[in-house]
Design a binder for this molecule. Structure first.
Ligand code: SF4
Length: 595
């Protein structure tokens, strides 16, 4: 649709909606290809609001790689807010993709990014608004292929009825391969839809629920060419308003609760020169005045100091600054922090995760109390007065002494400040609730009940009253229980997701939308006990709903890590020494360190 006819048709409702800029497209850096002249069309869908989705790095990569090809088209869709949905409905208008203004059902492949479980019902609503049957079994060859990627595909079972094919592992080249194969097979006109799905299931990294095939994750090469140097610049502030350059993928620290660490192995570091050149190019193309060096643990990159020195030198006196989103306390140095923060002294974030050494060893954090305190004091001495700590409560084998340890740690930081003559910092503790995640050593573990967590929260609040310079922010335990229920759920919760969608559940990761009662009532109606399933301890020989998905890590290795957690034995990081987790042998790959 031409821009002028689009505004004629949708102008009136855009003027009435709360944030029209979410729905107009045409951002600087967007591709805006001609729909009719490209015969292979992919629609990338982020089932959350524009300002969240447009910052997603995975989506930026796929959008860039598909659109780099002249014969392919990639458009975008973000979940409209409820006011815009009502306006579309009242005015009998259809949902449209951002750039081509075409209905999603006109594309060949529609790919959802599943980042968190609370977006599942949003996916169903977006299918409904696109006039695409919700269930895969009701679709035919007149409909697009519905695929899904992202971390939630580590357990496809809860969404298996609604998605035709899941992509497992790195998404760089698999989206293009699926798009090309699907269009080609459809064009040949020889196969039924189910036969085409069977063909797609033969691609490495594709799981087709209809076939229930075993599949092994895809690993992409992290080349210069595979990284975007341009991406659509949002019309208004998004959650990450900066250029993002990926330093490394995977993390060899192997914290036992961390899914991202285990499903992204082996570690692959980008080369220093590539990172420096990508950053310069990205900043030049976009005009951003800030860039972020993305990684699960930024200061683990072998050449991080050299990278920061080169970039600081290049951007000197330009006002362009850098942020390192995640830093390890044991590798923290004030020199590095100064290089990263320049003259800005925003909040420094440190993630001890647990308050006592025994618990940090159980979760394999490989971090001592001394390292945490030293990193904190070093920050304070260098001008940071706001410290943010991340903790997790409800971890396997946790005792109340571990909770005491959180407050004791803060008291020791204060004691050290007093000893050094430093002003006490403002400390904010962000405290989340443990959620057992598939493909981690803690995938078998039970989650605490809400009653247990609430008791622990009350206990911590009482302890906190003895320390003045600290604020506790607790993650909602109910949300964590729902997350645990859905992340380890089997096929039996597909109906639950469908019922929630029918009852109006949409954009539920937003507190104002989440109707907790509806979740529990719907589960009750279907005979499902959310708390029982969320807090279940799986047996070690039990078949798990995600067993068909192979990320390369041996199940026996994960189980052994769980056992080591019980016995308080930690594991050396993969960067230092290979632990034979299985990934490199099973996937015929190896770690890549830029040393
Ligand atoms: S097999 Fe060894 S080197 Fe490879 S990811 Fe596992 S621990 Fe790291």
């Amino acid at each position: 649709m031409q821009q002028d006819s689009f505004y004629r048709e949708y102008g009136a409702i855009l003027r009435k909606t709360e944030r029209p800029a979410r729905y107009i497209g045409g951002e600087f850096g967007s591709c805006n290809k001609d729909f009719d002249s490209c015969k292979k069309r992919f629609l990338l869908v982020f089932p959350d609001k524009y300002e969240i989705g447009i910052s997603n790095f995975g989506h930026k990569i796929i959008y860039d790689l598909i659109n780099k090809r002249d014969d392919l088209l990639c458009d975008r869709l973000y979940a409209p807010d409820k006011d815009f949905i009502d306006l579309l409905k009242e005015n009998n208008k259809t949902l449209y993709a951002l750039e081509t203004k075409r209905c999603p059902k006109e594309f060949d492949v529609v790919g959802f990014g599943l980042q968190y479980e609370m977006c599942y019902t949003t996916v169903l609503k977006l299918l409904e608004m696109s006039d695409i049957p919700i269930c895969s079994s009701q679709r035919d060859l007149s409909h697009p292929l519905i695929i899904a990627g992202g971390p939630c595909t580590s357990n496809p079972a809860p969404m298996a009825s609604f998605i035709d094919a899941f992509t497992i592992g790195d998404g760089e080249d698999i989206s293009i391969e699926i798009l090309e194969k699907f269009v080609q097979l459809k064009k040949e006109n020889k196969l039924s839809r189910n036969e085409i799905l069977l063909e797609l299931s033969k691609i490495q990294g594709v799981y087709v629920p209809l076939i229930e095939n075993n599949t092994t994750k895809r690993i992409a090469d992290l080349t210069y060419e595979n990284h975007p140097t341009m991406s659509p610049i949002p019309h208004f502030a998004s959650i990450q308003d900066r250029a993002t350059i990926e330093l490394r993928r995977g993390c060899g620290r192997l914290c036992r609760f961390c899914q991202a660490s285990h499903i992204n192995l082996p570690i692959r570091e980008r080369k220093k020169d590539d990172i420096v050149n990508l950053t310069k190019e990205y900043i030049k193309n976009t005009g951003y005045d800030e860039y972020s060096l993305l990684s699960l643990s930024s200061n683990d990159h072998g050449k991080i100091e050299e990278i920061l020195k080169d970039l600081n030198c290049h951007f000197k006196n330009t006002g362009i600054s850098v942020s390192l989103p995640s830093q390890r306390a044991d590798k923290f140095s004030s020199g590095l922090a100064n290089l990263a923060q320049g003259e800005r002294r925003a909040t420094v974030t440190i993630a001890p995760e647990a308050g006592t050494q025994i618990m940090r060893d159980r979760i394999n954090k490989n971090l001592s109390e001394e390292q945490i305190i030293n990193a904190t004091i070093s920050c304070i001495k260098n001008g940071w007065n706001k410290i943010k700590y991340y903790f997790v409560i409800g971890l396997p084998f946790e005792t109340y002494e571990d909770l005491d340890g959180i407050v004791e740690l803060i008291k020791k930081v204060n004691e050290n400040c007093r000893f050094e003559g430093l002003k006490y910092p403002q400390i904010t503790c962000s405290i989340s609730v443990f959620v057992p995640k598939p493909h981690t050593p803690f995938q078998w573990a039970r989650q605490n009940t809400i009653e247990e967590i609430n008791k622990k929260i009350e206990y911590l609040k009482q302890l906190k009253s003895s320390v003045k310079n600290v604020k506790f922010n607790f993650h909602n335990p109910v949300m964590s229980q729902l997350e645990s229920f859905m992340t380890r759920g089997g096929k039996d919760i597909q109906e639950f997701i469908f019922e929630l969608y029918k009852n109006g559940s949409y954009l539920d990761s937003w507190d104002e939308n989440l109707d907790v009662d509806m979740y529990y009532k719907t589960a009750n109606k279907l005979g499902l006990d959310i708390e029982k399933l969320a807090t279940k301890e799986f047996k070690s020989d039990e078949i798990l709903p995600w067993d068909k998905i192979n990320y390369g890590v041996d199940k026996s290795w994960l189980l052994n890590e769980y056992e080591k957690s019980k016995q308080v034995i930690s594991t050396i990081p993969c960067e230092v020494k290979c632990n034979n987790c299985g990934v490199c042998a099973n996937l015929k790959t190896h770690k890549v360190l830029d040393k």
